[in-house]
Design a protein around this ligand. Sequence first.
Ligand SMILES: Cc1cc2nc3c(=O)[nH]c(=O)nc-3n(C[C@H](O)[C@H](O)[C@H](O)COP(=O)(O)OP(=O)(O)OC[C@H]3O[C@@H](n4cnc5c(N)ncnc54)[C@H](O)[C@@H]3O)c2cc1C
Length: 392
Amino acid sequence: MSKADVRIDVVIIGGGIAGLWLLDSLQEAGFSALVLNKGDLGQGQSVASQGIIHGGTKYFSDSTVADLAPMPARWRASLSGQQGPDLRPAAALAEAMQMWLPPQLGGGVMSRFAQATMLRQVQERPACDWPSVLAQDSGGHLFDVDEAVIDIPEVLAALQNLHHGRVRGLPEGTNLSLSESSQGGMIVDTGTVRIQTQRLVLTAGAGNEILLDQAGLPQFACQRRPLRQVIVRGMTQPIFMHCIGKNPKPLATITSHPDGGNGYYWYVGGLLAEKGVAQDPAELIRIAKAELRRLLPGADFSQSGWATHHVDRAEPAGQGGLRPGSALALRQGAVIVGWPTKLALAPVLADKIVALLRADEMKQGVEDIDALDRLPTPVIAQPPWQAVRQWN
Ligand SMILES: Cc1cc2nc3c(=O)[nH]c(=O)nc-3n(C[C@H](O)[C@H](O)[C@H](O)COP(=O)(O)OP(=O)(O)OC[C@H]3O[C@@H](n4cnc5c(N)ncnc54)[C@H](O)[C@@H]3O)c2cc1C
């Protein structure tokens, strides 16, 4: 088959939360855009994330980003259809996270919480209203935190469905070629389709490293921060909880996902997952079993199966290995590279990229996309708990 030509304002490479949210924002802003994705949508970080829409609660040392504060309301507006993108088909898994402070924590930790309570970021729950995984007579404090938890595959599917024909896959073995066009834009060649675009946006997570190299922009340095999440199956109740210790990072952050029957998968991150990178899966599972039994003495693990999932957070390289404070979009010529750094910040990244393109005063709405039909429609990636082959 001869190569077919496509013309469009913006090509986005990478269809995780960042690329799919951006596609909707660009279309709404009057740009014509499309997403090209290698593999399944959200493969890598988005489907492996815990789906927590952080609001930057002052308690956490790594969550003090000012941009996070409006995010819970921003996402709720989309989930309820009051603001685009319309995410009504995707139900929230939980309206709030809980934060558990065991009794033995010192006054320093409690005073940080008192501050957060005053800022109305958290609200204490009386012991009579605690979930049964906690021992009510043990003392300690439980807070509700304004952080919804979203169902990532459902959110990705809702975003894809909003612009279905514009989300395309790159067949296995595609050798994507990126080159500058003589008219000042870029040419993206998939082998079967040659796309002439005014601007190219890279939102491919860990894939950005290679794409930046291919686009001749190795100066935008990337970093990866590995995690080894713990997955527990066979749990009888869902919990959405940060378990706090003396470290400013939660000892364990647990989200839950229905297993299609009567039970739930628990998906566990936090310090357990950060330290888990240095442990082999069997050792991490042994440590996680002891830690979760200690933190949640009322939890019923009698039917549980255990597994781990290794995944890298892909980010722009900050100084000293630190991640940047918020979503970051960098531009060089006709290429923009974007990292949300947190799923919750995908709307902020999209706003930043739309602003960069508007400042460009490029001509909007030029497109000829019939030949896109030659590229397949990608599917949503499986979340890690559905992909486990062997439970321990
Ligand atoms: C374990 C874990 C838990 C997390 N929990 C949270 C949380 O609770 N809340 C929060 O706000 N953030 C969380 N994060 C961070 C969040 O997941 C990421 O910031 C966000 O998902 C990044 O989205 P992305 O679209 O940039 O990248 P990705 O989700 O990695 O998507 C990249 C996309 O690009 C595609 N791709 C890759 N290479 C190429 C290529 N060469 N060509 C074309 N396409 C390509 C992939 O198939 C994929 O679809 C978590 C991250 C991890 C790892």
